[in-house]
Design a protein around this ligand. Structure first.
Ligand SMILES: Nc1ncnc2c1ncn2[C@@H]1O[C@H](COP(=O)(O)OP(=O)(O)OP(=O)(O)O)[C@@H](O)[C@H]1O
Ligand SMILES: [Mg+2]
Length: 646
């Protein structure tokens, strides 16, 4: 029996199980906590090797530990991070924490071990770990779920959602981007974002990237982008910086919306609002001014009656009279423009009326202008003020004459027209229904875009002072609007001008029942490729949309030259060429000529705002060509194409 090291009273008060071991590992003292923990009686422990309290597979190792400890004994606290186990009498094992304290006595060094059962703590730790794991797992799942939900939202967006690095390299590309710009994600990702920039705006994207790098965003910035097939789109772009976990800007996400259609509608609306405002202003001024002229004129008359007819001052009074007359003729035109003149509309046949006005035109136009009047439908019944109608024709004729100083042709055409709902939707403010078209064309100088955009404004003139007041077309505009009609103009420098005036048909007012027309739209066609050549962007995108919706494959070009280049570099089939006639670099007829060699059987449909009569005069077109006159309805477009394809 080994010596007692410590007072057993002291050992008993300690919370932990205490086992004292001598140098060769024999237990020399234990407290009752130790007996309880390991399930042995004191007598069964004392004198035994301490390894009996260690699970069998740890015993060898424990032996080594003990020997090493004996060589260099030092105090080791609890919780040293070792995974240690105890073994009960019944063989069950449990996790323990042990502190070791070497104690020197005259009998040599003893080691006092304090042993603590940490099963509870281990279990809590284990549960905590499991809870953590579960939480992690669930977060990952939720994150994945919300990520795929986000991806779904991004892909179902109508807008283009694109992300890019700080250097402008595209890193993500949603379905909306593919739909709007035409590039697939494979084609776009990894490319530089300037892929979409039009060549006339080289500074915009670098500027946006600089802003992003500074951590700034941009919102609803209106710009222009170019699609894969070279179309220009109006877009509204918002860009925000993307940051990493540290808050550093690493790139940007951009949302772009195609606002081409919206822009077009806005433009049309803006134009009509502008005319509306000018009309109101002009009307107001004209009204007051007319009253003032009335006073001047009346006073002049009083004066005249009171002056000796042979006296010299009478001549001045006569001049005042003449000036006021000129003044009131001006204000009358202004009042017509502002639609505040009094009119007396009657039911009349435009064809009949034109015959009469035609006689008036002869002396007006001079000998070197040929006048042509073409009625393309038997009835052209409208409700209008005959005097106003004459004024329209005369004003347009005078302009045409001025545009043809060396002579030419002046052509008046009438035709019945019908606009369907589709048409009304595409052409702002033009209601669906039956109209009579009066087309007035000349083979004169034509106008550039800037001039065309202002011709209806009162006092807009390009003529030298004294030659024109700029009220001719303003008056025409006023009359047409007052008659619930519409006026469109087509003109290109050097190619003459066509004005198209649509006046509501009055067939129904004279009880003329039109035959119930069955609107037939040609059947859909898949797998037919149309090469669409048109320099007016709005017109082109509209036409493309109509064709694509009908199943046609459309290739676009903005003039003859680029169309030719496309055909030369793409050997695929083109079934039909739908081309504008007058274009900047290469005209429609020229393009057809050039394509004839490689595509002798190519079907061709020309389209133009000019009327067929004018086209036949101006352009070298073979007879028997198909001409689709602008503006055209969806059914007119599709039916013409269908018939031409055969
Ligand atoms: N048929 C046309 N061909 C070419 N340019 C035209 C034609 N019609 C009108 N214009 C242009 O539009 C401008 C405005 O025409 P508008 O008839 O309103 O005024 P004006 O002819 O200049 O003057 P006014 O008719 O009052 O004597 C003209 O100055 C001209 O530049
Ligand atoms: Mg004029």
């Amino acid at each position: 029996m080994a010596a007692v090291l410590l007072s057993s009273d002291l050992l008993e008060t300690l919370p932990d199980a205490i086992v004292a071991v001598n140098q060769d590992g024999t237990m020399v003292q234990v407290n009752s906590q130790a007996q309880e923990l390991f399930g042995y009686d004191r007598d069964e422990l004392l004198g035994q090797k301490v390894e009996m309290l260690v699970p069998e597979n740890y015993r060898r190792e424990h032996h080594h530990h003990r020997e090493r400890f004996a060589q260099r004994p030092k105090t080791r606290r609890m919780g040293a991070g070792l995974d240690l186990y105890g073994r009960r009498r019944n063989g069950s094992e449990f996790p323990v924490e042990i502190s070791l304290s070497p104690v020197s006595t005259e009998n040599g060094i003893f080691v006092l071990s304090a042993i603590r059962d940490i099963s509870d703590r281990k279990q809590i730790e284990e549960e905590l770990r499991r809870a953590h794991e579960e939480l992690y797992q669930r977060t990952v799942e939720q994150l994945g779920e919300s990520r795929s939900r986000l991806a779904l939202i991004i892909d179902s967006s109508e807008d283009a959602i694109i992300s890019k690095g700080l250097d402008g390299t595209i890193t993500s590309w949603n379905k909306g981007a593919e739909r709007i710009y035409g590039y697939t994600p494979e084609e776009a990702i990894g490319k530089h974002i300037s892929l979409l920039a039009p060549s006339d705006r080289p500074d915009e994207i670098p500027e946006i990237l600089r802003k992003i790098a500074r951590g700034e965003g941009i919102e609803h910035h209106e710009s222009v982008r170019v699609t894969k097939d070279g179309r220009r789109l109006d877009v509204s772009i918002s860009v925000s910086p993307l940051r990493d976990a540290n808050g550093d800007v690493v790139g940007a996400s951009a949302i772009a919306r195609d606002i081409t259609d919206q822009k077009r509608t806005e433009g049309q609306l803006h134009q009509s609002q502008k005319m509306e405002a000018i009309g109101r202003l002009a009307g107001g001024v004209a009204h007051d001014f007319n009253n003032i002229l009335g006073i001047i004129s009346a006073c002049a008359e009083f004066l005249r009656d009171r002056i000796d007819p042979s006296a010299e001052p009478l001549q001045y009074v006569e001049n005042i009279k003449k000036a006021t007359e000129r003044g009131s003729s001006l204000t009358r035109q202004l009042l017509t423009f502002s639609r505040s003149s009094v009119i007396q509309p009657r039911i009349l046949d435009l064809n009949e009326r034109l015959k009469d006005v035609g006689k008036l035109l002869r002396p007006l136009m001079g000998d070197d202008v040929e006048i042509l009047i073409v009625s393309k439908s038997t009835s052209a019944v409208i409700e209008a003020d005959p005097g106003q109608l004459d004024q329209i024709v005369v004003n347009l004729a005078v302009n045409a004459r001025d545009a043809m100083p060396r002579g030419g042709k002046f052509i008046l055409e009438t035709r019945a027209e019908k606009f369907d709902d589709d048409f009304a939707e595409q052409h702002q403010k033009m209601a669906a229904g039956k109209y009579v078209l009066l087309a007035v064309s000349d083979t004169g100088s034509g106008m550039d875009e800037a001039t065309v955009s202002r011709i209806f404004e009162p006092f807009f003139t390009t003529k030298e002072t004294g030659k024109g007041t700029g009220l001719g077309l303003a008056t025409v505009y006023g009359i047409v609007k007052q008659s619930a009609g519409h006026i469109l103009v087509y003109s290109e420098p050097g190619h003459g001008t066509t004005f198209k005036i649509y006046l509501p048909s009055a067939d129904h007012k004279i009880g003329l029942k039109s035959k119930p027309e069955v609107e037939t739209v040609a059947p859909k066609r898949q797998g037919t490729t149309i090469l669409l050549v048109e320099d007016d962007e709005t017109m082109r995108s509209l036409t493309r949309q109509l064709l694509q919706e009908h199943g046609y494959t459309v290739i676009e070009a903005d003039d003859g030259k680029s169309a030719l280049e496309w055909v030369e570099s793409h050997p695929g089939p083109v079934d039909l060429l739908l081309t504008d006639v007058v274009m900047r670099r290469m005209s429609g007829p020229e393009l057809v000529e050039r394509l004839n060699a490689s595509h002798p059987n190519l079907k061709v449909v020309f389209m133009s705002g000019y009327t067929g009569e004018l086209i036949a005069e101006r352009e070298v077109l073979k007879r028997g060509i198909t001409l689709l006159e602008k503006p055209f309805s969806r059914s007119a477009l599709l039916n013409t194409i269908h018939t031409t394809l055969g």
